[in-house]
Design a protein around this ligand. Structure first.
Ligand code: NAP
Length: 249
């Protein structure tokens, strides 16, 4: 199966590290021009862009916080002005602020919602007119296994990810007639900074629940995303693709 993303402009949010960085690199390796987003100067996406260009790919970076509506519209607008369009949007940026519900502060609830769910709204809003006009587009959102099965200590995070699943299905219904597909990946336990600090005893518990007997790599996610944004997946929309080693079926 050939994946050809030549002439496609792809915006990947939260591309400075983890899953987003790998997705940016893979989409570029298939020919896309990748716009790698990052939220603040101290953690720029410079390394992502450097690695892509060194490998012969095309990439640029753009700073904005996905939770800031005005900043997103302005920044994504400037990308569209410069490149003419955005063909692919990967809503990847996400954060956790874990804690048992009794101790969860209002700000921990609001912040996680602002980035993980409103961020998806903000970025989709910023690309949808352009995609509608050109009657084509690919949007992939990153949900999570805990948005499907729940997790103690993550009431805020799991609620946002369940929201992302609802958003994905509704958007797929609303945008389908314009040639835009909207899908989500629901990752299980993927080895990145977000999972690094989980105590070993919890990691052991998670491992016991994974039939394939290993945690996922960022490439396990990016491989599926590369397929979903390609021509090969043109008849797939509204799907929530589980990439979790069998952790939840
Ligand atoms: P990560 O390593 O912590 O990376 C998160 C990325 O999002 C970073 O580039 C971060 O930038 C960026 N980001 C955070 N807040 C942002 C904001 N307000 N605006 C723009 N970018 C922002 O996490 P990851 O594991 O790669 O996770 C990526 C996505 O997969 C998230 O949506 C996460 O919920 C989801 N997911 C991950 C797992 C897993 O096991 N790893 C499982 C299920 C779902 P900075 O580096 O500057 O902070």
């Amino acid at each position: 199966m050939k994946i050809d993303l030549n002439d496609k402009i792809a915006l990947v949010t939260g591309a400075s590290r983890g899953i987003g960085k790998q997705v940016a690199k893979d989409l570029a390796s298939y020919g896309a021009t990748v716009i790698a987003n990052y939220p603040h100067p101290k953690d720029s996406a410079e390394q992502t862009v450097e690695e892509i260009t060194k490998a012969g790919g095309k990439a640029a970076m753009i700073e904005f916080d996905v939770s800031n509506y005005d900043a997103v519209q302005e920044s994504v607008g400037s990308v569209i002005d410069e490149y003419g369009t955005i063909d692919i949007l990967i809503n990847n940026a996400g954060i956790t602020k874990d804690g048992l519900f009794l101790r969860m502060k209002e700000e921990d609830w609001d912040k996680v919602f602002a980035v993980n769910l409103k961020g998806v709204f903000n970025c989709t809003k910023a690309v949808i007119r352009t995609m509608s006009k050109q009657k084509s587009g690919r949007i992939v959102n990153i949900a999570s296994v805990v948005g499907e099965m729940g997790n103690a200590g993550q009431l805020n995070y799991s609620s946002t990810k369940a929201g992302v699943i609802g958003f994905t299905k509704s958007a797929a219904k609303e945008f389908g007639s314009r040639g835009i597909t909207v899908n989500a990946i629901s990752p299980g336990f993927i080895q990145t900074d977000i999972t690094q600090d989980i105590p070993d005893e919890y990691k052991e518990k998670y491992m016991e629940a994974i039939p394939l007997g290993r945690f996922g790599d960022t490439t396990d996610i990016s491989n599926v995303i590369s397929f979903l944004v390609s021509e090969n997946a043109s008849y797939i929309t509204g799907e929530i693709v589980r990439v979790n080693g069998g952790m939840y079926m």
